[in-house]
Design a protein around this ligand. Structure first.
Ligand code: GSH
Length: 213
């Protein structure tokens, strides 16, 4: 049995962020499926792992974590010498990775997650999409992607010339949005389009998607 356990669902964007990190680092883990439809995330034993009742939760031996971005940072630092380097020891270079990781969490994700819910997840669960929420959040995401277009004209990846956690954190919502009308926001910006094509083609990411089949 693997020492690392991820409690979550293969379709959860936050859990997918953690799976992608583990595959990039080539680390074995056990997926403990949590049935969100049955409300398992709101009950024991899961609620003891995350008192906020959201997936994923993570265990590495005695260490228990929740919040996907805290988990990915732990994995990237703890297993720095394995697989793809996703963080950098140099504190100035690491600050740039942290900066763009914060941009993802604070600027990109609020709009991208709402669009993912409205345009990808609601149809999956036969719920009705709210057009006003879509319009508002597409406008917000466009503003963020204009900044990305300028940034990605200067460097291949958000934090520089190599793929890092800052790029990886975007993968789950980008994946869902590329199957929706919001794809146009990414496709209409040439540097953003090239970046999306590059990061979504990574073998580790494709292992995350294979879990959904
Ligand atoms: N900030 C959290 C968000 C976790 C989250 O929103 N998880 C969703 C699935 S992607 C969930 O558990 N939703 C069910 C709920 O909130 O009741 C993280 O990054 O781990």
């Amino acid at each position: 049995m693997a020492a690392i356990k991820v409690h979550g669902s293969v379709i959860s964007t936050a859990a997918m962020r953690v799976f992608a990190t583990l595959y990039e680092k080539d680390i074995e883990f056990e997926l403990v499926p949590i049935d969100l439809g049955a409300g398992e995330h709101k009950k024991e034993p899961f609620i003891s792992l995350n008192p906020f009742g959201q997936v994923p939760a993570f265990e590495d031996g005695d260490l228990k974590l929740f919040e996907s971005r805290a988990i990915t940072q732990y994995i990237a630092h703890e297993y720095a010498d394995k697989g793809t380097p996703l963080v950098i020891r140099d504190s100035k270079k690491m600050a740039i990775i942290s900066l763009w990781s914060e941009v993802e969490g604070q600027k990109f994700d609020p709009a991208a997650s709402k669009l993912t819910f409205e345009l990808a997840l609601k149809p999956m669960f036969k719920m009705t999409t709210n057009a006003a929420v879509v319009e508002e959040n597409e406008a917000k995401l466009a503003v963020v992607l204009d900044v990305y277009e300028t940034r990605l004209a200067q460097s291949k990846y958000l934090a520089g010339e190599s793929f890092t956690l800052a790029d990886l954190h975007h993968l789950p919502t980008i994946h869902y949005l590329m199957g929706t009308q919001s794809k146009k926001l990414f496709e209409s910006r040439p540097h953003v389009r090239a970046w999306v094509a590059d990061i979504t083609a990574r073998p580790a990411w494709n292992k995350v998607l294979a879990q959904q089949k």
